[in-house]
Design a protein around this ligand. Structure first.
Ligand code: ZN
Length: 241
C-alpha cells in the first residue's frame, strides 16, 4: 500500500511536470512581453511610440574641459542634447554652463550638491532644487523644468516635491555606464544595439580621471544618424516643446 502510494505520488509528480514547465514558460513570457511597469504622470524614462527620435543626456556638469569637448562634437554632427547640471558646478564653471545654453542645448536641474533625493528630507530637497534653479537662471538665463534626481533614485515623496516645484522627473532607458570608464567601443555597441527610437540615453560630462564619453559619441552618433534617427532635447522628445 505505501509502495503503491509512493508510485502513485511519483506518477502524479511526473504528470505535473509538463504543467509546471508550462507555467514557468507562461510566467517568463508574460514578464518579457509586458511593458515595463507604468510610471506615474510626471516621471519619464523614454517616450513610447516615438518614431526615430532620441534624447542624449549628460549629467553632473558643467565640467571645465569635458563639457566644451562634448559641445564641439555635438556641433560637428548638428546634434542637440540635454545637460542636467549640478548647481555647485555651475557656480564653479559658469562659462561652461553659459556655453551649453548659447549653443542651443536644454538644461535640466540635477540638484545643487548632488545628494540622494530619497535620503534627503523634503525641505532640504526643495532647497536643493531651488538653489540649483536659481543659479541656472542667473548664469544661463534659462528656466529648467526637468529634474533628474541623482542616481535616478526617486519615490512618491520626491515626486511630490518635484511636482510642487513644477518639474517633471526624467530618468533614462539606456545607461551607458560611461562614468565607470566603460571602453568607448562597448558604450557604442550597447547604444547601437538598444536604440529603437524614443530613448533617453544617460551619459556624463563631469567625470574624474579619463573620459571615454567623447570617443563613444564619435562612434555611435554618425551611425544612428545614418540609420535615420534624429537627436532632440528631452522636452522635444516628450512633446512639451
Ligand atoms: Zn548625477
Amino acid at each position: 500500500m505505501p509502495r503503491n502510494g509512493l508510485s502513485l505520488w511519483h506518477a502524479r509528480r511526473a504528470d505535473r511536470r509538463p504543467l509546471i514547465r508550462g507555467l514557468i514558460v507562461f510566467v517568463v513570457c508574460t514578464a518579457l512581453c509586458l511593458p515595463a511597469a507604468a510610471l506615474p504622470i510626471g516621471v519619464y524614462r523614454n517616450h513610447e511610440n516615438n518614431s526615430g527620435k532620441i534624447a542624449l543626456t549628460f549629467d553632473d556638469g558643467p565640467h571645465p574641459r569635458y563639457t566644451g569637448q562634448i559641445l564641439d562634437i555635438l556641433d560637428e554632427y548638428g546634434v542637440r542634447a540635454t545637460f542636467f547640471f549640478v548647481g555647485e558646478n555651475v557656480s564653479y564653471y559658469p562659462e561652461a554652463a553659459r556655453d551649453v545654453a548659447r549653443r542651443g542645448h536644454e538644461i535640466g536641474n540635477h540638484t545643487y550638491t548632488h545628494p540622494s533625493a530619497v535620503k534627503t528630507g523634503e525641505q532640504e530637497l526643495r532647497q536643493e532644487l531651488q538653489a540649483c534653479e536659481r543659479i541656472i537662471q542667473s548664469v544661463t538665463d534659462t528656466s529648467p523644468k526637468l529634474f533628474r534626481p541623482p542616481e535616478g533614485s526617486w519615490n512618491e515623496r520626491v515626486l511630490a516635491v518635484a511636482r510642487e516645484q513644477d518639474y517633471s522627473i526624467i530618468l533614462w532607458d539606456i545607461d551607458t555606464l560611461d562614468w565607470a570608464h566603460t571602453p568607448a567601443e562597448r558604450i557604442s555597441s550597447y547604444v547601437l544595439d538598444n536604440t529603437q527610437g524614443g530613448n533617453i540615453i544617460l551619459m556624463h560630462d563631469y567625470q574624474s580621471g579619463g573620459c571615454d564619453t567623447m570617443q563613444a559619441l564619435r562612434l555611435f552618433i554618425p551611425e544612428l544618424l545614418a540609420r535615420g534617427y534624429k537627436f532632440v532635447t528631452v522636452s522635444e522628445l516628450l512633446g512639451s516643446q
